[in-house]
Write a protein that binds this ligand. Structure first.
Ligand SMILES: [Zn+2]
Length: 767
């Protein structure tokens, strides 16, 4: 009956709208529902198995497929077409029987019937440049899709195949069992796109002044899709954004181009003597022994002289690469070429640059040095660079990576001058793209699914490498800069993103195609998270060991996010599930502050708290056992008990407690005079360590870090009782801005005015 009445009353209260307060009182406190933030990631992670161990290492039954390519490629410079005949030998190392194979046809993203433009939502622009208007409304769409001329088996029999946009399924004559090998060939051609005007990660730039083109050519051949224990066939379509998932293999590639072209690409050049002039050979031999200064193989003068030759003869460049996941090349008669050697472990690697004269003077000065410095840093942080060369090619507005070769932007003005932005942008992109040799070219993650696994890890190391480069080449820095001005990595630089409108933020663990703010989501935030992990949460020693372990476990293999997360914990004994959960699986932000500081003194007089208990239980003062009472400065208790005495005289400790200690123990006993109750608040959703700097009255400072687990029982606020022999005059949370705290207005005690940062944040999240 009572229950019914209570229920009835509740209904009345709710319907009359006066129940809100009561509801809040009976509901569990928000701060007591946070156990989830420290819950292990069993639900989110896939279960470890024979292929992928719980430690994050490859399991005992780990396998990966193999795809070997032999290709003859012809570039028709006049008609801007590329054609090829390729033979693929595919080995099924999986325990599964395969009935068909999937081959990627990335160029079909640019086919006339491509659906990529159809998923780009957009309205009528009220104002446009004529060129934009022309491109949008007046021009036929460029048709750069593959023309597949034949798909045949080894004996020349046509193989049934089905093209579904950027994927082609090839029916096998008989199913492939474990260990089986199947060889087939594809003949194809396509029209090369102008990457400057039509976009794309590869293509040509046309130079109207001299009528030449510089080609940077990639994802140009039908490539095997990955078949793995995680995805089965990774045949997710290429829409243009998510990059690639590729199988390792050996390549033999013959590329025929105009005879006056200079070409370089993935792999060892096996017919150098046929394609190099005598003087080039001599300079090349010199370059192999030059460790500090690049040696020019083709000079600017020589390149300029060729700009008008337009040879109708051809030359074939032969390249051979082992254990690479892809193949790319660059070719033009405009290319200047320089190289130098760099010691990596006990091996010499060639750092190489190719650029048209339009890249100078910036490129001859800094490209090859940036390549060399990058290889050193990345090798130190992961494993020795295993290939024999790394090439940086200058291509307008490009930043794109392939094994041993990458395209990079950064072009001076026509008069050869350049801004700091162009210079640092060029150095940064070279470091980044050369760095991609490690992630994902060697630590071969699935870019189609997880952009952050290569971009995030690589951007993190890019930051480390940029700082190293600035130290190794102080001349590269402008006068005003003490360090390389990295634009991603330092914690505070991610604050604008993480404090932004939540409607346009996705967790890092989101497929690249579907993320808002791609750059911040897949590059900036994971790079920052790793930097914070290294500098603040784990420390360099533990982080670097674990990161290196991950790189070594998964070099020349296919890791997943869990393999990374697990290895970082496995190799360090740091439980990071809370960190991965917060930073990678949510869009929460960091905001930790000081809510309140109370100062206490010790008193021998019972305080109000005690008096209430005594009154309730009828206890007389003389019945009390010795007790220490804490009174808050300024309180009634404080005024009464301290009267005229100095509050820092801790009589009670001496009077009551000393009896319990031996004379020897007494000597070692601490005698704190000041006691503080400090309450930290956490308006932000992310749990993070509380880094606190205490400043004392004598000017000295002490830094203390309370691990993130301090938030495990209360997600909103926690208090710490501090005893000190010196008076604390100032407390600052995150004094070095290392946690990406989005609101520093609450970071200091006594409060310091921080201009409007928080207000603008509040407007943003409400807006
Ligand atoms: Zn990248």
């Amino acid at each position: 009956m009572k229950h019914i009445l209570y229920y009835f009353l509740s209904v009345v209260f709710i319907s009359s709208g006066i129940c809100a307060q009561e509801q809040e009182d009976t509901a569990p406190k928000k701060g007591h529902t946070n156990t989830n933030k420290f819950k292990q990631l069993y639900d989110e992670f896939s279960t470890p198995n024979a292929y992928r161990a719980a430690s994050g290492a490859p399991g005992y039954a780990y396998y990966q497929q193999q795809a070997d390519y032999k290709m003859d490629i012809v570039l028709d410079d006049k008609n801007t077409t590329l054609s090829g005949f390729e033979t693929i030998t595919y080995t099924n190392n999986s325990p599964d029987v395969l009935k068909y194979l999937w081959v990627q046809l990335d160029q079909n993203m640019r086919a006339k019937d491509s659906k990529s433009p159809l998923i780009q939502a957009g309205e009528v622009d009220p104002v446009m440049y004529p060129s934009q208007f022309t491109k949008k409304y007046l021009k036929e769409r460029f048709d750069g899709g593959f023309n597949i001329q034949e798909v045949k088996d080894e004996s020349g029999n046509p193989l049934p195949h089905t093209i579904n946009r950027t994927m082609m399924r090839i029916e096998l004559p008989k199913p492939m069992e474990k260990g089986d090998t199947f060889t087939f060939s594809i003949k194809w051609w396509y029209k090369i796109n102008d990457h400057v005007n039509d976009g794309g990660r590869s293509g040509y730039e046309f130079f109207p002044e001299d009528g030449n083109r510089a080609y940077v050519i990639a994802q140009f051949f039908p490539r095997m899709a990955v078949y793995s224990d995680v995805e089965g066939w990774q045949n997710s379509q290429f829409w243009g954004r998510d990059e690639f998932a590729l199988t390792f293999g050996d390549y033999e590639v013959n590329i025929t181009v105009p005879a006056d072209h200079i070409l370089d690409g993935t792999g060892v050049l096996t017919n150098r003597k046929e394609v190099f002039s005598k003087i080039m050979m001599e300079r090349y031999e010199q370059a192999k022994k030059s460790y500090n200064t690049p040696v020019v193989i083709v000079t600017q003068e020589e390149a300029e002289a060729k700009e008008s030759t337009f040879s109708t003869e051809t030359k074939t460049w032969k390249l051979k690469a082992e254990n690479v996941r892809d193949f790319g090349f660059a070719t033009s008669r405009k290319f200047i070429w320089d190289m130098m050697a760099v010691k990596i472990g006990d091996k010499d690697v060639m750092a190489v640059s190719m650029y048209p004269k339009e890249g100078n003077p910036l490129w001859e000065e800094w490209s090859t040095k940036a390549v060399a410095s990058t290889l050193k840093t990345y090798s130190r942080m992961t494993f020795d660079y295993p290939y024999h060369k790394a090439i940086s090619v200058h291509a307008k507005r490009q930043g794109m990576e392939y094994p041993m070769i990458c395209w990079n932007y950064g072009r001076p003005k026509e008069d050869g001058t350049y801004t700091d932005r162009v210079k640092y942008g060029m150095m940064g992109v070279i470091i980044h793209e050369v760095g991609h040799n490690f992630f994902p070219m060697i630590v071969n993650s699935d870019e189609r699914q997880w952009t952050w696994m290569d971009e995030g890890l690589n951007t993190f190391l890019q930051y480390v490498a940029e700082q190293d480069f600035g130290e190794a080449y102080p001349d590269a820095l402008s006068e005003k800069d003490e360090h390389f001005p990295s634009d991603r990595g330092p914690a505070h630089m991610i604050v604008p993103y993480m404090s932004g409108n939540q409607d346009y933020i996705a967790p890092i663990m989101t497929k690249g195609l579907n993320t808002y703010q791609f750059g911040n989501n897949a590059y900036g935030k994971p790079a920052t998270a790793l930097n914070i992990l290294r500098e603040t949460v784990m420390g360099r020693e533990l982080f670097d060991y674990a990161f290196k372990e991950y790189a070594n476990r998964w070099k020349f293999k296919h890791p997943t996010p869990e393999d990374f997360f697990r290895t970082m914990e496995d190799a360090s004994a740091v439980d990071l599930d809370w960190f991965w959960r917060g930073w990678f699986y949510t869009t929460d932000w960091v905001d930790i502050g000081i809510k309140d500081v109370k100062k206490y003194y010790v008193s021998s007089e019972p305080n109000t708290y005690m008096k209430d208990i005594m009154k309730e239980r009828g206890i007389k003062k003389n019945q009390l056992r010795p007790l220490v009472f804490m009174v808050e400065e300024g309180s009634e208790d404080f005024k009464k008990s301290m009267k005229d005495q100095d509050p820092t005289e801790i009589k009670t400790v001496k009077e009551y407690l000393m009896d319990n200690f031996t004379p020897q123990e007494r000597k070692a006993i601490k005698a704190p005079k000041y006691f503080y109750n400090i309450t930290f608040e956490k308006p932000g959703g992310l749990v993070m360590p509380i880094i606190v700097e205490y400043t004392y009255a004598d000017g000295s400072k002490k830094k203390e870090t309370y691990p993130a687990q301090i938030w495990r029982f209360n997600d909103n606020e926690v208090s710490k009782a501090i005893a000190s022999d010196k008076e604390i005059v100032n407390i600052v949370v995150d004094p070095n801005k290392e946690t990406a705290d989005i609101d520093t207005a609450n970071n200091s005690w006594p409060k310091q005015e921080v201009q409007g940062e928080f207000d603008s944040f509040k407007e943003k999240i409400q807006g």
